[in-house]
Design a protein around this ligand. Structure first.
Ligand SMILES: [Zn+2]
Length: 322
């Protein structure tokens, strides 16, 4: 049982996890997925995530890392994959991964690596199911900074908070981890393909899902570093630690602190805006908070290129829809 999950009755959770594990064991394994999973150095990945906890009170051994035998394929799922807080497992759709690979034109294992690094980041983030077990229709699911308010009786009452921030941090970390992984494992995929992939990952003109969320996180880091006089790296590490510890951003202490650095309007948008996976420009309204002319010119250039790439994609989608 992972110690950082679920503030609920431990017996109920243990029972539920045993049921999930049994169902996963009994399900037919997808040979394509198995082949990919067998190639990944899971020990390296787990250790890399554990390093985030090095300067915290959390024991790296308690990291909620999902092992490969708890990764299942679901060919009906609408995106490449997700982390199920409720079942503590990763669910992936190999067909959707292939669709993304067709866009990127790089070896498929690299698209898998990026996806797995992203979903494992969600898994190691503090998870909590509040009131989700038993006969209830309303409950909360926390993952890192985001909190999903579920209402099975009335879907219109369901909403996510801090999703945009949580996805931005998740994908920023996933990109770092993927690049480090490929440095440490140069033979993971063929050399030409790896070069093409890393150059696209680093190229801000190449649109990636959550690009604007990542930009938002970088703008926040830039402001916090300037205002507090600490390095960007320290701010970034603090953000990651808060995500793994499940820091509650709705807490009054945090809100008071945050108001010293960000406008009330921005903090409200940060809480309520959903991540833009389907709408490439969804996060753009939050950029108004930042005066792009006064930030680091290198960061400004990166962010402008990403906005342009997202605008381009949006136009393409609109013209396809028309
Ligand atoms: Zn995500």
């Amino acid at each position: 049982m992972q110690s950082n999950r679920l503030p609920e009755n431990k017996e109920i959770i243990a029972e539920h996890e045993a049921e999930v594990r049994q169902a996963v064991n009994e399900a037919k394994r997808d040979p394509e997925l198995e082949q990919i999973l067998a190639k990944v150095d899971w020990g390296w990945l787990k250790q890399r995530f554990g390093r985030i906890l090095a300067h915290t009170d959390i024991d790296p051994a308690s990291l909620n890392f999902v092992p490969p035998d708890m990764i299942e394929s679901d060919h009906t799922w609408e995106s490449e994959g997700f982390y199920s807080i409720f079942n503590n497992q990763l669910v992936v759709n190999p067909e959707k991964v292939r669709e993304v690979q067709e866009l990127w034109q790089v070896p498929i294992e690299l698209m898998w690596l990026y996806l797995l690094a992203h979903e494992e980041t969600h898994a190691v983030s503090k998870s909590e199911c509040v009131g989700a077990f038993g006969d209830v229709s309303e409950y909360y699911l926390r993952s890192g900074y985001s909190l999903y308010h579920a209402n099975e009786q009335d879907e219109s009452k369901e909403f996510d908070t801090y999703q945009i921030l949580d996805e931005g941090i998740t994908d920023k970390l996933a990109r770092e981890i993927v690049l480090e992984y490929l440095e440490a494992h140069p033979d993971f995929a063929d050399a030409t393909g790896t070069k093409e992939f890393t150059s696209k990952l680093n190229d801000d003109r190449w649109h990636k899902k959550y690009n604007l969320e990542v930009s938002l996180v970088e703008l926040m880091i830039d402001r916090l570093a300037r205002e507090t006089g600490v390095t960007s790296k320290i701010v970034w590490n603090a953000m990651l630690q808060g995500k793994l510890e499940g820091e509650d951003l709705t807490h009054q202490d945090f809100q008071e602190l945050a108001r010293q650095f960000f406008s009330e309007k921005f903090l409200h948008q940060l809480k309520m805006t959903e991540a833009s996976s389907d709408k490439p420009l969804g996060a753009l309204s939050l950029f108004k908070e930042f005066n792009l002319t006064s930030i680091d010119p290198a960061l400004k250039a990166k962010i402008e290129a990403r906005i342009q790439a997202a605008q381009h994609l949006q136009e393409e989608k609109l013209s396809l829809a028309a």
